[in-house]
Structure formats: C-alpha cells, structure tokens
Write a protein that binds this ligand. Structure first.
Ligand SMILES: Nc1nc2c(c(=O)[nH]1)N[C@H]1C(S)=C(S)[C@@H](COP(=O)(O)OP(=O)(O)OC[C@H]3O[C@@H](n4cnc5c(=O)[nH]c(N)nc54)[C@H](O)[C@@H]3O)O[C@H]1N2
Ligand SMILES: Nc1nc2c(c(=O)[nH]1)N[C@H]1C(S)=C(S)[C@@H](COP(=O)(O)OP(=O)(O)OC[C@H]3O[C@@H](n4cnc5c(=O)[nH]c(N)nc54)[C@H](O)[C@@H]3O)O[C@H]1N2
Ligand code: SF4
Ligand SMILES: [Mo]
Length: 886
C-alpha cells in the first residue's frame, strides 16, 4: 500500500484538496485534504465518491481512426495531415480547437500556443464560453482585466452575503458548508438568495428573493439608486479611483427609480426588496456571489456589471469580507481564462486587441504574428462549422452535442464537418460518436498538472494511477501534432516544463502591468513542481507567498488604473413566452451528477439521488396542465422537444419549469435538455441564454410502466421512454410506454445483450402485469416488473439481489414484488454517503419523532459526513410536520 497522494478534486471550481491512497488494484481510497485551504478536509458527495469513478469500464484506451484501432503515430499523422491540408487549401481560419475548463493549465497552454501562435488563427474557444464568459467580460469592463478581487475567507468574514443565481448547496457544496458553519458560529452573518427557484441553498437564507427570470439588472440598478439615496455611496473612493458613477446612476434611475418600480419589474414583494436594500446599505462587509443565474443570460455581462457597480459605488471591493465573487464552474475554468483559452483573449491576461501585447507574446513564443481578430466564440464556432467556414475541428474535454444550445442542430452541423477530432477519456459519448479521429486522454488520477480555482488558487493535480492502455496526456498529443505541422516550440519533456514556460510568459504580462503574474513559480524544476503548494496568484517577486485579495488599493488594470462603473439598463430576454410557448424553461444542475454523466454516471451511489431526469414544476402550473408527480409530459420549444418525467415542486416559481442539463442520448430517451434551448447570445460575452427558453408543456399518457434491472449495460428499445442509471452490480432502467409491448416475453428476450437461453421465471396477471427474472449459473441476470402499478422508484431490494447468488426463498420473492425477509424498500437515496433512502427517513421521522437534522444524524447517520443532503433532510422534516399538522 502506498501513502496518500495530495491532489485536487476534478469537479467543481471550489478546487478541494483530495488525499488519494491507491489500493494497488486500480482503485484508491479518497479523503479530504485537511491542509488544503479551499476545503480544510471537507468533501461533498461527488468528491467523496471519486473512488467509484476510477474503473476502466467504458474508457477509451486506444486511438481510433474511423472507428478502427490504430497506433498513436497513425492517429496523430491523420490529425496533423488533415489540419495541414485544410489550412493549405482554406487558410488557418478554417480550422479550430474547442476545448474545456476540465483541461489542466498545461494542456490549455499548449493548445493556445499552437492555435494562436503557430497555426495563426484565434479559433480556439472553450466550454467556459457557456459558463464564465459573462463574468470575464464584466470584470474586463469594470476592472480592465479579468480580475477576481476576493477569496473564500471573505465568505466567512462578511456580515451580509448575497448569492445571486447560485445554487451553492448543490454546485459549490464545500463553500456552502463553509458559509453554513460561519453562520452558525456568527449569527450576525445574514444570507440572501436571489433565484427564481427556492433551491436547497435557501436552507441557510435569511431572505429569499424569487425574482422574475432575467430581472437581475433591474434589481441591482434599484439597489444602486437606494444606496445613492441613503447616502451610502463612498464619494471619496469614487473620486480617487472610479469613473462612471453619474452615468451608471442615471441609467439605474431611469430603470428602477424606487422600490415599487423594482418590485414590479422583478415580480417581488416590495417589503423583501426594501429589506435587501436596507441590509446592503447598512452593511459594509458585504460579499455578492454570483454564478450561472447571472452569467448564462443574454444580459449576463450587464448583470455582472450591475452587481459590481454596487460594490464600486460603496468602495467595497478587495478588502476583507467585501466584494463581488464569481463562483467558477469547472475545476479549471479559471485557469482557462488565465492561459487565454477564450477566442478573444491572449495568454496571461494580456490583451488580444493590443498590438504590443500580441508582439510580445509572439516574440516569447518565437512564433509568427498572433492574428488580431478574435476567433469564433463557442456557439459561433459551431455555426461556422455548419456554414462550412470551419472544416476541421479538434474537440477536447467537452461534450458539446449535449452541452451546447440547439444541440440537435449542431449535431447535424458536426456530422457534416470534414474532419472531427475528439480527445476524451470515454469511448461512447454523444460527441465521440461523430469523431473521425478519437484520441484517448488520461483521466483524473492519471493526469498531472495544475488547475486554478474560484479564488485564483493554483493547485496541483497529481497522478496516483498509471496511464491505462494507450491513454496519453492532452498536452502531449497537442505537442505531437504541433511538431508534425513543422513547428518548433513543442518539445516539452513533461508537464513541469510546460508550466515553467507558462510562468515565464506571465513575467512578460506582469511587466506589462497585467494582473496575472506567476513569475515566482518559474524555474521550479520537476521536483519543485511536484512539491508545489496551493497558492493564489499573483505570485511574483513582490508577493512570493501569493495574494489573497486584489484591487483593495483602488488601483485597477485599465490604462489609467481607474475602475469603471458601467451604465446598464434592464433588457428583456430575446426570446419571450407567448401563447404557443407560455412557460419558461430554466436548466441547471442536480446535487450528485456532473454535466453529461460521463463520470458521476459510473457511480451507483451518485446515480441513486437522481436516477432519471425530471421536469420540476409549480403545483399550480401542474394542476392547470393536469400533471402529477411521476407522470410524463412533453416539453416543446421552438427548437426541439422531449418527453420527461414530471415532479411537482412548490419551490418553482409559477410559470417556470426546471430541467437538469445532465442527461444525454446515452442515458435517457429524453436526450439533452439543450436540444430545446435556443442559441441566443449575450452580445458582449457571447455566452448563451441557458435559463430562459419559452416552452409548452403537455401531459403525455404512458400508462405502461416498468422497472428493468440488467447485469450488463444496455439501451432499452421499443418503449416510448427510458432512463438508465448505474446501480450496485447492475443497471437500472425506468421504462414507460403508451401501451405494453405486444409480446412482453419476446420483447424482453430481444433486448441487446439478453440471452433467451437463460433460465426464465415469469409471472402474468389478469390486470396486465408482467414480471420476469432471468438467472444464469445461480446469478440474477435481469429482472423486469411491468404493469400499471409499478412504483417508479421502488426496487432497491431487487438491486441488492444482483450482489450475490440467490437463495431458494429469494427466487420465490423475486416475482412476488415484495422484499424478502429483512429487506424493506429504502426508496430513492437521499444521503449518498451512507446510502439512506427516502422511505427509511420518512419512517424514522414518523416513528421516532425526529425533529432536527442532528436527530436524524444520530439515528441514521444521514447528513453526518459531507452534509450535502442536510437541506433535503430539513425539507423532509418540514413536510412531516405539515402532515402531522394537517
Ligand atoms: N452537482 C454539480 N455541481 C456542479 C456542476 C455539476 O454539473 N453538478 N457543474 C459545475 C459548473 S461547470 C458550474 S458552471 C456550476 C454552476 O453552478 P450554479 O450556477 O450554482 O448552478 P445552476 O444550477 O446552473 O444555476 C444556478 C441557479 O440560477 C438560477 N437562475 C435561473 N435564472 C435566473 C435569473 O434570471 N436570475 C437569477 N438570479 N438566478 C437565476 C437557477 O434557478 C439556478 O438555481 O456548478 C458547478 N458545480
Ligand atoms: N441547458 C444547459 N446547458 C449547459 C449548462 C446549463 O446550465 N444548462 N451549463 C453549461 C456549462 S456552465 C458548462 S461548464 C458545460 C459543461 O458541458 P461539457 O463540458 O460538455 O460536459 P462534460 O460532461 O463535463 O464533458 C467533459 C467531457 O470531457 C471528458 N474529459 C474529462 N476529463 C478530460 C481530460 O482531461 N481530457 C479530455 N480530453 N477529456 C476529458 C469527459 O469524459 C466528457 O466527455 O455545459 C453547458 N451547458
Ligand atoms: S465542492 Fe467541488 S471541488 Fe469540493 S469535493 Fe465537491 S465537487 Fe469536488
Ligand atoms: Mo460551467
């Protein structure tokens, strides 16, 4: 047994330190790193389950050319040859890279250098365009650079914390836990959540403002007016450091003159608006956190500046416990911004529009001139592919056919592209299906390099597993293609050398007066790189230990070093509901899944919390549409449609429905939520509007329901609806159809991977129920429960039967549809760490009279490890109380 390797979690932008202890058999024990400043030992449910995602099932382990295994040499020759011929015929603008915030800084750096320096086009963009672009654009407008002023400690040191368009309880859980702990220790810390939905994050909120979708600019403009009227504006600070106050205030006044106007524009209770304004006015130590409810909007950049305006006007920026703080999404969303992975950015926060900066970078690289025109931004890049302007694309570390708006339209575009290269760790995704060349990448645990989190902290991801099969690092594949294209400057021996060059280039940026400067990390050598401790940039000659906060001295990164307030006006979203599409589709995340399910979908524990996609809607909308929890609806937008399970959720805002972004064609017949979402972009940042799609929702009758469990993975067919989730030792499929298969027994035997020669047990009744189980060598291979009365969530006891050989009495119980002795159905998992189901919880609450999450913890352990389920425990307690009261 080896000792623990200190590394960093590959999921969200919190960037938690992880201790991984390899077990010598391809797995590892996972624990939080008590010494990492981001998490101080904590992990959330996803981080804690990392050990379950390390196996090689479904991995891409060799290069494929048109689906056939080939050597790396042949695959790389094909990539380089294909790119070279397109460039020769159509010029460098006809090729592109589409990369990802899940790459390491070293991968990102090399990709950017190859495209911008040597291929000579700026056609490299990243999925961070879908994620952080509005924050970047807002920062640049206000600060002159993409500067994140604050740090995580500010969340604990403030007295007022606004969470705007952030469901941190589920999406940045360890920061949420830190806030919760700080609030418990210091009841003076007030929390306000600004989100159209009542999310689990509201569990710690002193005030929740369920604003009308897209109305954030009006709210913060109203706040600016209120600050001015209350005399809370810091005139001395503005005079010394910031321009634009008068224009910003005038725009705000025109928009949101008083509380009544704000309440009307935002659909809020005026008293709640007043409370927010009073608290903000009275509290110096205020932090405003924002995330995708702000960024993913056609007014995203304006929303960011409306928020920053209020901090600039009060001088609350870059000081302990004060400032705007955008939570980054992916593990290296921040790093991608730093290396210049966006089509309109240059490396190291140098300015692409500045000819001197471009010349300095080209000189450092020894490359040809860097093109001055920005490249295609994500959505425009896929439009350019559709239009035949971009003919060769290399997609790396992202699954755009699930995550881009108008996903189905772009699927058709990619299908028509001359050369599609995809680097991924996973063999089958919606995007790898269209690759001409597939390159096997190292996954977390195997790859090595650095990532940067939401507070500008660089941490090492360290390898603790050997590279499997022929998988190689992404930076290596990029270098090999660079060399094959005949370019010097790609002879890096390892990732430490890449990092060293990156750190040296940042010295050029530092000397040019830019904020990003990690020059003190140049010259570390391999050993120093391996020993690198987490550190916040800038880290240079004057701040060798790193920099927790920036901008506190009132010096910004504009040419005159003054900050800018930006006049912004509330704008209606481009696509508005109408009689045909009367509801608004909001999309986002669930607690235990990550993006397109390629990783969390491997974990039974994580899949148990949300085993299938579901459409959440408000009880009154549901009643009007005649929909019930567990039923089905067709959701139709101007771009696409899907059939999905329905769940009634009083936390939805009336008129809004919510669908998670995670499910792809690989996991459910529903397909990606993004097939429905229109590609409307923020005019400044180019970020798409993911949270504001007009839709129509209609009930669909699928009375035939089935729960199918299979030992091996399969994609059910011949039904109207299916969703597949990993379970312990089997796969679990929820099925539904408008009517039963004509011959259920035959249909079942014809499913892929099912062997009619297995030993079959079958049961039919007069009401149309059909149940079947198939055994092979004493083991359960498949079980099906179908009929009108099948509870769509039941079956945990049946799943457990796949774990061992079946005893004779268990065989009898199988088709009875009830658990055998000692096996109550725990129901859908609520606590992922201790596998506590909703039925178990409800029963214990009722029978033992439990009334607090702590009492539940004592009785069942639920909620006592990562704490991610505590908001749901509280909801269960509240609904139990309602039941008792009724
Ligand atoms: N569990 C989990 N965690 C994750 C991820 C994951 O896939 N799964 N992904 C990571 C990534 S890449 C990202 S970017 C982050 C995203 O983290 P978040 O931004 O916190 O997550 P989302 O669910 O996308 O959206 C946040 C909230 O915005 C609200 N919202 C919608 N419209 C509006 C509006 O007009 N105004 C306001 N104020 N709010 C609005 C939504 O109701 C939603 O609750 O999460 C990261 N963490
Ligand atoms: N409707 C809707 N759509 C959205 C959003 C939303 O809120 N609503 N959110 C948007 C946001 S914020 C984001 S960040 C995107 C995320 O969307 P994507 O980036 O498309 O989603 P992932 O599933 O994370 O895709 C990452 C892929 O890279 C692979 N991978 C992981 N690590 C590596 C590596 O080191 N190298 C290589 N080569 N491959 C690797 C994984 O196997 C996976 O296939 O989705 C966006 N789309
Ligand atoms: S909070 Fe984010 S970084 Fe930390 S363990 Fe959870 S997913 Fe990983
Ligand atoms: Mo993201």
């Amino acid at each position: 047994m080896n000792g623990p390797v200190r590394t960093t979690c590959p999921y969200c932008g919190v960037g938690c330190g992880v201790l991984a202890t390899p077990d010598g058999a391809g797995g590892a024990a996972i624990a939080g790193d008590p010494q990492h400043p981001a998490n101080l030992g904590r992990l959330c449910s996803k981080g804690a389950a990392l050990g379950e995602t390390l196996d090689l099932d479904g991995r891409l382990l060799e290069p494929l050319l048109h689906g056939q295994p080939v050597s790396w040499d042949r695959a790389l020759d094909a990539v380089a040859g294909g790119f070279a011929s397109v460039i020769a015929e159509h010029g460098p603008q006809a090729v592109a890279f589409y990369v990802s915030g899940q790459l390491l800084n070293e991968d990102y750096y090399v990709a950017n250098k190859l495209m911008k320096g040597f291929i000579g086009s700026n056609n490299i963009d990243t999925n961070s365009r879908l994620c952080m672009a509005s924050s970047v654009a807002g920062h640049v407008r206000a600060f002159g650079a993409d500067t994140v002023p604050g740090c995580y400690e500010d969340l604990e040191q403030c007295e007022l914390l606004l969470l705007v368009g952030s469901n941190a309880a589920w999406c940045h859980p360890v920061l949420y836990q830190r806030i919760r702990a700080a609030r418990a220790a210091r009841p003076g810390l007030r929390v306000v959540v600004i989100d159209p939905r009542r999310t689990p994050t509201c569990d710690i909120a002193d005030l929740h403002l369920p604003l009308a979708p897209g109305s954030d600019v009006a709210l913060f403009n109203g706040l600016l007016v209120a600050l001015a009227e209350a005399g809370a504006v810091d005139r001395d600070y503005l005079a010394a450091h910031v321009d634009g106050f008068d224009a910003a205030l005038a725009a705000a006044r025109a928009d949101a003159p008083d509380v009544a106007a704000v309440a009307a524009a935002c659909g809020l209770d005026p008293a709640d608006v007043q409370t927010l304004f009073d608290w903000f006015t009275a509290t110096d130590k205020t932090v405003t956190v924002y995330s995708q409810g702000v960024n993913q909007s056609t007014a995203g950049t304006d929303k960011v500046n409306a928020i920053i305006n209020c901090h600039l006007a009060t001088g609350r920026i870059g000081r302990p416990g004060m400032g705007p703080l955008s939570f980054t999404g992916q593990p290296n969303a921040m790093g991608g911004r730093e290396v210049g992975g966006l089509a309109n950015a240059l490396a190291c926060h140098l300015d692409l529009a500045n000819p001197e900066h471009r010349a300095q970078v080209a000189q450092f690289w020894g490359s040809g001139p860097v093109a001055h025109a920005p490249g295609h931004k994500a959505v425009d890049l896929f439009r350019a592919i559709k239009a035949g302007q971009v003919r060769a694309v290399w997609i790396m570390g992202t699954n755009p056919l699930v995550s881009l708006p108008e996903a189905d339209r772009f699927r058709a575009a990619l299908a028509g592209c001359e050369l599609v290269v995809v680097s991924d760790c996973v063999r089958h995704t919606d995007t790898t299906a269209l690759a001409h060349v597939l390159l096997p990448a190292l996954a977390w645990g195997e790859k090595s390099g650095t990532v940067t989190n939401s507070e500008r902290r660089l941490s090492r991801q360290r390898a603790f597993l050997p590279p499997p099969g022929l998988a190689r690092a992404d930076w290596w594949a990029l270098c090999e293609v660079g060399r094959r294209l005949g370019h010097a400057g790609f002879g890096f021996a390892d990732e430490a050398e890449v990092f060293d060059e990156y750190a040296r280039l940042s010295a050029v940026a530092g000397q040019a007066g830019r904020d990003f400067d990690i020059s003190a990390l140049a010259g570390l050598g391999r050993a120093g790189f391996d020993a690198l401790e987490p550190v916040q940039w800038p880290v240079n000659a004057t701040s060798r230990a790193g920099t927790p906060r920036l901008l506190g001295d009132g010096r910004f990164f504009t040419p005159d070093r003054r900050g800018r307030m930006v006049a912004v006006t509330q704008r209606a979203a481009v696509d508005q509901p109408d009689a045909d599409y009367p509801l608004l589709l909001n999309t986002g995340r669930v607690r235990d899944h990550w993006h397109t399910l390629t990783r969390t979908g491997k974990s039974a524990r994580l899949s148990a919390h949300s085993p299938e996609p579901r459409l959440d809607l408000h009880p009154e909308d549901a009643a009007r549409l005649g929909l019930e929890t567990g039923g089905f609806a067709r959701v139709t937008s101007r771009h696409g449609q899907c059939v999905v399970r329905v769940a009634i959720d009083p936390g939805q805002r009336q008129g809004s429905v919510f669908l998670p972004m995670h499910w792809s064609h690989a996991f459910a017949s529903t397909g990606p939520a993004d097939a429905l979402v229109g590609a409307h972009l923020d005019p400044i940042s180019g970020q798409p509007e993911f949270k504001h799609t007009p839709v129509r929702v209609q009930g669909v009758s699928l009375p035939w329901r089935a729960l199918l469990l299979t030992r091996s993975e399969l994609r059910p067919r011949g039904v109207d609806y299916w969703a597949t989730a990993r379970a312990a030792d089997c796969w679990r499929h929820q099925l539904a159809a408008s009517r039963a298969p004509q011959d259920s027994a035959a249909w079942l035997r014809e499913l892929p991977g099912v062997d009619p020669a297995w030993q079959w047990l079958e049961y039919r009744d007069s009401a149309g129920a059909y149940r079947a189980a198939a055994l092979h060598e004493g083991r359960l291979m498949l079980a099906l429960f179908s009929g009108r009365d099948v509870d769509w969530l039941a079956g945990d006891w049946l799943v457990a039967r796949f774990g061992s050989e079946l005893a004779a009495d268990e065989r009898r119980c199988l088709l009875a549809g009830v658990p055998g002795a000692g096996g109550a159905d725990a129901g859908r998992t609520v606590c992922a760490c201790f596998q506590v189901g909703i039925n178990t919880l409800r029963q214990a609450i009722a029978e033992q009279g439990l009334s607090t999450p702590e009492a539940i913890g004592t009785a069942l352990k639920a909620g006592t490890n990562c704490g991610s389920c505590v908001p749901e425990l509280r909801q269960l307690l509240a609904s139990a109380q309602d039941t008792r009261a009724a």
